[in-house]
Design a protein around this ligand. Sequence first.
Ligand code: ATP
Ligand code: MG
Length: 764
Amino acid sequence: TSETSLQFLNSLNAAQLQAVIHAPTAPLQIMAGPGSGKTKVLTSRIAYLILHHLLPPSSICAVTFTNKAANEMRERLGKLIGKQRTSEVRMGTFHALCALFLRKLSDAVGIKSNFTVCDADESKKIISGLLKPYKDYMSSKDISLKDGTVLSLISKAKAKGLTAKDFIAEYRKPGKAPSSAFDPQDDIQHIVGNIYQDYEKSLRRSNSLDFDDLLLFGVKLFAGHPPATSWCSHVLVDEFQDTNMTQYELLRALGAATNGCVTVVGDPDQSIYGWRSAEVENLAKMNKDFVGTQQIYLEENYRSTASILKASLAIVSQDKSRIPKRLLTSHPFGTTPVLLSFASEQAEATFIAVEIKRLVASMGGVLRWSDFAVLLRFSALSRAIESALQKEAIPSAILGGHKFFERQEIKDILAYLQLVDNPNFNPALIRAINIPNRGVGEKSISALVARADKTKMSPFEVIELIYDSKQPDIKPAMKHKVGPFVRTVRALRKLATEGASPPDLVQRLLDLIEYEDHLKKTQPDWESRWENVQELITFASDVEHTVNLPNSDSIDPNLIPSDTPLRLFLQASMLSSEGDHHREEDGQEKVTISTCHAAKGLEWPVVIIPAVEQGTFPFYRTDDVQEERYVEVLYGTTKKRRLLYVACTRAQSLLYLSHVSKRKFGGETKTKEISEFVATATREHSTIFTSRTSQLPAAERDVISRVLRRPLAQEAEVTRRVTEFRKTRRYLDFNDAGQPEVPWHPASGLSPESPRQIGSPVNS
Ligand code: ATP
Ligand code: MG
């Protein structure tokens, strides 16, 4: 290792350096606040293990929370150790890691290597079918349980490692006598327990695993089958605070295989998934499971100005159960975060668009579109924002909005390919058989599935037999109806076995089922859907070229059935997580619109958080209050306050929060109040927010340029840009008293009589 290659150590502070060079064989926990360089330390430690301790890159396992985070880490690591070595490091989510090894070593846990990953959408459909028999009973008891709620309850049980049997047993706890009195909680537990059992059967019959199964079977494999872990020399986990119990078991199994060569980093305050205190439990568990675990704390925040940290901490410290932590920044105070109130969501959205434009212009080139992020509690809030940005001609991209692989048209195509790979996968058959519409009704499908169950064949095999006239038909018309369907799947299967590439397979499929015509006939917005299908082809060829799944040379190759290109492609599409796939076709600068969840671990110079209201932070789905309550009663609340904290701490130099007094949502206009999280924080600390936006004084502009390490443009250049910008007429400006002056513009959605709708002070 040359000295220059270890130069990156110079960019670390003392505590960070200590963490990076900490003995590789001693288990290590780094718990620290946002922006303190945890991810930077993790990446540097990987580089140090490879460059200084000479561990083979392929023996290092780095777990990230999303694929996007894995890609970012790959990029950062590439700069430290080069692309080649980086590509050998096994880096990805727990799910991707499990899927990879389950394919390779499926026999060890009693599944077939061509299992299909069942996504939440398909799971919901299965559950919705299983719920039907309970309809009458539920309405007699005044219980409403929806497929989504049941799935989330099952998923939470699985994440805790509870099987269906355990789940039912827990409901019959000793001392909890079955009451004759009405007890909705018992009823729900009972129904969910039964559905859980049937759901599992249905998945196994379809030769499929849902996302939770990937982890559960992964634990089985890693804990009980040495070849699955023998390659591993060191495990590192980012965002450890959000690992659930099953994921922790994975870490434990891998860690045991390496004799405790484990590094985890995280921040309990940023735990936003799971349930109360799981993160604390996992920290404590780690101390027990890995003897001699050491903690290193990082206290310096390098991301945000002091004013942003102060406001963020005021919000999170309302949580009285929280363990106080020190967080310092050497950045100056900067601009006080802005808290605004608006009359309507249009006024809010217009303000956001106009303000972004104003900042870009007034910062004289220091800020670009891509420096802005609008972070939303849920993606449905994006509509008003998107259209306001569009009106102002500001380019934007949605991160983690409507997920690409959840689109109808994408699922149609994938269903055919899943069926080609795994003929047992019923959800795919049910979807594909009527694409394009072949008039195969629900009853016929149930009959098919029933016959398949009886004869221990897959429903697709039954259809094939009907088609080949080797089995008496269910209905004479059936053979005719399913003809093109069977021929299509067979043709694709033949191509796939001949080794056709996934993009070719998709292309051939589109021709065979005349999919473009189908879209034209059935979808008013067929053009954008057709574009998405083209995008899928691009994705398919990208997978083909990169295949940057961790390599597997250290496993005995004789054990490994080779993955077909089709299987790799399907796997990559099923495991692509929130925000992984959004188009960046032109490399153009864009404002990011994202959910708060998908923003985890990321940072932007300017962060804007609209809809900071009761009902949003914390979030209640109004029509689902009953269901939400059940989930809460059974499993505790989700980490609502922390989510706002995570969102606020993404900001480097400017932070905006806003709320409205009336919001139209789902066709209804509702009166809204400011989020209690912010209201209580401002009651205790009255100066953490300001309700005034004004031209940034020179000193504050200076801070921004220093925090971002970007030089400010010359004053003359700033003046030129501002003047040019004013000519466009769509701007917010401020009079000498610092009050906003809102020029009326038809596109702003404001009437000339109500200029004060924008930027009126919060508490007046
Ligand atoms: P989060 O909790 O939000 O995931 P984090 O602790 O992982 O945050 P990083 O993303 O690693 O923090 O770092 C935040 C920012 O601070 C990055 O831009 C990083 O480059 C910068 N940074 C971290 N450490 C240093 C340092 N010693 N010197 C300069 N910049 C640093
Ligand atoms: Mg991080």
